[in-house]
Write a protein that binds this ligand. Structure first.
Ligand SMILES: NC(=O)c1ccc[n+]([C@@H]2O[C@H](COP(=O)([O-])OP(=O)(O)OC[C@H]3O[C@@H](n4cnc5c(N)ncnc54)[C@H](O)[C@@H]3O)[C@@H](O)[C@H]2O)c1
Length: 324
């Protein structure tokens, strides 16, 4: 039984608490959250609640820590966990800066603990299906990904220049990672952005950008927080030497896949009803600990996606092509 502690119980921390509570092979033993009011808001029967991080680490015996604080605060609990030999599941984006990401990767490697970054798209069945069939699909040619988040009510730290630096780093990083998972590492970025909703924010709320991948493929991603929860759909159209794959569905629930191999007569259609990337990524993390495997989305993947997202912002700000 893997003993789990969770750090940060805001919007997403509460969601993950419920997921981990219902995951086989693990038990949530403690949580840490700086806001004491939150203890009253959640069902933590049998789980110890701490406001102090030092106390949380000194009093609890844990095998894994789940980091769900705002990104500038991912580094401290990650370091404290790694130095105590505790594995880390860290929410995306891995951190607010590449410097933090490097330190997080280094400390986890030095202490021989897993560092998994939560990129749920990698674990959804449609993405897994395409990934497993890469040999058949052949060389990636080009792709377009629309990934439109609905309007967020209060941008808070998500739009703070010192925080996550806006919706591109906070949210579109899922699309950047999802496409990179299939197409490979990015070499070059050109982006255009706009402030359509949050006119006074210093970072864009919407962006469209092109990517050149190291293997020669090209891609484009468009997104931002101008959509509406009622109709937000993500759509990823990928063209390969030997086939075409189209993944689509409700934002963050892309359960549909059209899959065509050029030489074959029939087009496959899959509806992976019930596919839940969050459930799958958590099961994968527990499996990695139990069976000493490297996570499918590790710290290096987290840093690569952050580097592209920051490159998108830089390209918009400086109106130039950014080489990675
Ligand atoms: N994978 C996903 O689909 C998904 C969805 C939403 C958010 N997230 C990620 O989860 C993380 C948290 O996002 P959120 O939406 O829950 O934010 P939030 O602002 O709702 O919650 C953050 C919580 O962390 C607490 N906190 C702040 N500083 C802290 C510190 N130093 N130590 C302990 N707790 C601290 C805050 O009090 C708050 O309760 C971010 O990395 C975000 O990108 C992921």
């Amino acid at each position: 039984m893997i003993k789990v502690g969770i750090v940060g119980l805001g919007f997403w921390g509460k969601v993950l608490l419920e997921y981990f509570k219902s995951t086989k092979g693990c038990k949530v033993v403690a949580v840490q959250e700086i806001n004491p009011q939150i203890e009253k808001e959640i069902d933590i029967y049998g789980i110890r609640f701490y406001t102090n991080l030092e106390e949380f680490f000194s009093k609890e015996k844990m095998d894994a820590v789940i980091v769900v604080t705002p990104p500038p605060y991912h580094i401290l609990p990650t370091k404290m966990a790694a130095e105590r030999g505790i594995h880390v599941f860290c929410e995306k984006p891995i951190s607010a800066s590449l410097k933090d990401a490097d330190e997080m990767i280094k400390v986890c490697k030095k202490n021989n603990v897993k560092l998994m970054v939560a990129f749920k798209h990698r674990f959804s069945k449609a993405f897994s299906y395409v990934k497993q069939n890469m040999d058949i699909l052949g060389k990636p040619f080009w792709a377009i990904y629309t990934y439109p988040l609905w309007q967020v009510d209060n941008p808070g730290w998500k739009f703070d220049e010192k925080g996550t630096k806006g919706i591109i780093v906070e949210n579109m990083v899922h699309a950047i990672d999802g496409l990179s998972f299939i197409f490979g590492d990015v070499k070059r970025i050109y982006a255009e952005g706009g402030n359509f909703i949050f006119k006074d924010a210093k970072v864009p709320d919407s962006a469209i950008f092109t990517l050149r991948f190291k293997n020669g493929a090209i891609g484009a991603i468009g997104g931002g927080c101008t959509s509406d929860r009622r109709i937000s759909q993500e759509y990823l159209d990928m063209h390969f030497e030997n086939g075409i794959a189209q993944i689509y569905g409700k934002l963050d629930w892309p359960v549909n896949l059209r899959f065509l191999i050029r030489e074959e007569e029939n087009v496959e259609f899959h509806k992976f009803e019930g596919s839940d990337g969050v459930r799958e990524e958590i099961n994968h993390f527990i499996d990695c600990i139990q069976n000493n495997k490297e996570p499918i989305s590790n710290g290096v993947d987290g840093k690569k996606a952050l580097e592209v997202a920051l490159g998108v912002i830089k390209s918009i700000e400086e109106n130039k092509v950014i080489n990675i």
